[in-house]
Design a protein around this ligand. Structure first.
Ligand code: ASP
Length: 437
């Protein structure tokens, strides 16, 4: 039976899995309370049953990310036909990414000033949290790729390695996406100069690879409702509800920021730049948003975004194939907002006053590190520690917020992915307007 013939659409089933997983997880969490035996039982169920099911689904999606991003992006660029068009499209897309990410980071910092969730934070709780999460914080710090070099040449080489490493394949196998994106862009751009017949052959080949990868995603999606149930159950069942209480104001401010971006900022952009009905646009994007929320991963959501934008949102293949793979790696508005919030929150808890200049630097660094963050769960955490260190906020202070991070990660991934989908609408409209002119 094809997806069209199914009575209940897949995204409704996934949504159901999400809600039931949250209810089951919250039930288990409340039932276990503080009883160590019950807590161990709940954790066992989450780790031994829910975790593997969720991971099989996620890993099937990750499996296709590298070939899918390469094929869609190279094809997107090659199909643009000439490099001037690439320059125009690329310029618009990058300007959109840069402006929206800067807005989001500034919003995060502004909110922190307005509500000051970190001021007057109870010293005992601070101590306890720092102790409880110190080893996870150390793990994240070890993962950070951006360690300050000892000399200028070291620093310059670090930046070069970030997007143009000597060994591109090595970087790709480590799932570092920036070098692969550059390779795909160059490959597609170079193809535009190859003789028509051979270019067409290569484009057909790339299209087949992309379609086959989407086919694999189709298999994974059959698992999605159950996997999403398990992923969400695992997060909620083990979630420290007591922690949520202690960090309630911080969590509320960050979530509030996400809501402003999703329901005020994006609708404005959809209405003015994409010239579409914001409500309809968001409704059509629902399957993408549900996938982003339940996987906490922009990369794992990419296959769904590529499919839904082309099938249900009227975005042409060359636009979706260009904007979405770039956006999944470079455009993370939710992450930038979140990073600004974390830096300011930890600074407030430690009683550190950041000057205006330092805060401008934080915005800039949040934008840069949102570009560099991997689109996987918790991908931005190692980078935030680097931002903190740059402005004299103790990086291990991130331990304060790690306990509630998964919840915020789900939210910021939704904001990240929706930003790319909004950008698609904008680029699609501007290209269509040009074509008719
Ligand atoms: N989970 C986020 C994403 O995949 C990245 C992050 O902010 O940790 O978009």
């Amino acid at each position: 039976m094809s997806a069209h013939e199914e009575r209940v659409p897949l995204h409704t089933k996934i949504l159901l899995g999400l809600v039931l997983g949250a209810v089951a997880g919250a039930g288990a969490n409340l039932w276990a309370g503080a009883d160590p035996e019950r807590r161990a039982g709940v954790a066992f169920l989450a780790d031994a049953v829910a975790h593997p099911v969720g991971q099989v689904f996620l890993r099937l999606l990750f499996l296709v990310v590298v070939p899918l991003v390469f094929a869609s992006l190279a094809l997107g660029v090659a199909n643009l036909g000439d490099l001037r068009r690439l320059g125009r499209l690329g310029g618009r897309t990058l300007a959109f990414f840069f402006l929206t990410t800067s807005f989001a980071a500034t919003l995060g910092i502004t909110q922190m000033h307005l509500f000051e969730p970190g001021s007057g934070f109870d010293a005992e709780t601070r101590q306890a949290l720092m102790q409880q999460f110190s080893s996870s914080a150390a793990d994240y710090q070890a993962k950070s790729q951006f360690r300050a070099g000892t000399s200028t040449i070291d620093n310059v080489n670090n930046v070069l390695d970030w997007f143009l490493p000597r060994n591109v394949l090595g970087a790709i196998t480590r799932m570092e996406m920036l070098p692969m994106i550059l390779l795909a862009l160059f490959f597609g751009a170079a193809l535009t100069g190859v003789a028509e017949a051979r270019r067409k052959f290569m484009c057909d080949w790339l299209e087949t690879v992309a379609d086959a990868m989407v086919g694999i995603v189709g298999f994974a999606m059959k698992l999605a409702p159950f996997a999403v149930f398990c992923l969400v159950y695992g997060v909620v069942a083990k979630f420290g509800l007591d922690l949520l209480q202690k960090l309630a104001l911080y969590v509320a401010v960050v979530l509030g920021g996400y809501l402003v971006v999703l329901f005020v900022f994006y609708p404005l952009l959809i209405a003015t730049l994409a010239r579409r009905s914001p409500l309809d646009y968001l409704r059509r994007a629902l399957p993408i948003l549900v996938t982003a929320f339940s996987t906490s991963s922009s990369s794992a959501t990419l296959p769904t975004s590529l499919r839904v934008t082309q099938q249900d949102m009227g975005i042409r293949r060359e636009v979706a194939g260009f904007v979405l793979p770039l956006g999944a790696t470079l455009n993370m508005n939710g992450t930038a907002l979140f990073e600004g919030c974390v830096v300011l929150f930890v600074a407030q808890v430690f009683g550190i006053d950041l000057s205006f200049g330092q805060q401008v630097l934080v915005v800039f660094l949040c934008v840069v590190s949102a570009v560099g963050a991997a689109g996987v769960p918790g991908g931005s955490l190692p980078l935030i520690m680097t931002v903190m260190a740059q402005v004299g906020v103790p990086p291990d202070g991130i331990a304060l917020v790690l306990g509630v991070d998964r919840l915020l990660d789900m939210g910021r991934t939704v904001v990240n992915v929706m930003g790319d989908v909004v950008c698609c609408g904008y680029v699609e409209r501007s290209e269509a307007a040009r074509d008719t002119a």
